[in-house]
Design a protein around this ligand. Structure first.
Ligand SMILES: N[C@@H](CCC(=O)N[C@@H](CS)C(=O)NCC(=O)O)C(=O)O
Length: 236
């Protein structure tokens, strides 16, 4: 039996982490038996981030390493049927989403003064009142420093919106108007895109990234189509 350890529900989402949702979709599509576990403090995960997968008593951290593990365990089912070129496109899309647009989503939640109280409530709300504010503020400072180190945090909000718009435009052009990226059924790279966009479209209340993303009907319809096809939704 496999256990996928993810963040608890937040912001109207059952599974709020795009990396966790991607793996949940993948496990379901591979027809593997698994349970979902929750960890409120990612600092306690093997690499300080979620998800991790518990398999045969071993903890595998990082969604890409989990994907590689599952591919090996299933005899190559994860990437089956993908050409070298398709895999290259999928990896490029994953990098765009997970190493660029993701940080803008993080900024829209953690750095936005108006949105921040939602993070404090949903991520830190179950801590004792006496330490809640302190722990939340320290965590916020660390996340804002990380976005600064990444580089995107050094831009003005208007400039960040420009970067997000160009990412979303690229994604909207990359996904098909019908069906899935590379086949008749959704695969790992569809789960990467849709797992991420589900959290952009459905997080409550909307962030400034959501406000930009709703302009892209094709991307929204595709995100719904993938969730529907695999039977896994990010929202509650
Ligand atoms: N490269 C990792 C990224 C995972 C990640 O950033 N997870 C976030 C939740 S969406 C996390 O645990 N963040 C906690 C932290 O950075 O302290 C993966 O693909 O699994």
């Amino acid at each position: 039996m496999l256990e996928l350890v993810t963040l608890p529900a937040a912001f109207g989402m059952r599974n709020v982490s795009p990396f966790c949702l991607k793996i949940e979709m993948l496990l379901k599509s591979l027809d593997l038996r698994f349970t979902l576990g929750e960890l409120g403090n990612p600092g306690k995960a093997p690499k300080g981030k979620l998800p991790f997968l518990v398999a045969d008593g071993k903890k595998i951290a990082d969604s890409e390493l989990i994907t590689e593990y599952l591919d090996a365990e299933t005899g190559g089912e994860v990437y089956a049927g993908l050409s070298k070129e398709q895999k290259a496109q999928g990896v490029a899309l994953a990098r765009l989403i997970e190493d660029h647009l993701y940080w803008l989503l993080v900024a829209s939640r953690w750095a936005d003064e108006d949105w921040w109280p939602n993070v404090e409530r949903d991520f830190f709300g179950n801590l004792p009142v006496i330490v809640r504010q302190l722990v939340a503020r320290l965590a916020r400072r660390r996340v804002i420093q990380t976005i600064q180190l990444h580089g995107l945090g050094r831009h003005s909000l208007e400039e960040q919106k420009g970067f997000a718009r160009r990412d979303l435009e690229a994604l909207a052009a990359a996904v098909p108007a019908e069906g899935f990226l590379f086949g008749d059924t959704p695969g790992i790279f569809d789960f990467t895109v849709a797992g991420f966009m589900a959290g952009v479209y459905d997080n409550q209340p909307v962030t400034w990234v959501t406000e930009l993303a709703v302009e892209y009907d094709r991307l929204r319809a595709y995100t719904e189509r993938v969730q529907e096809a695999v039977g896994v939704w990010g929202r509650k």
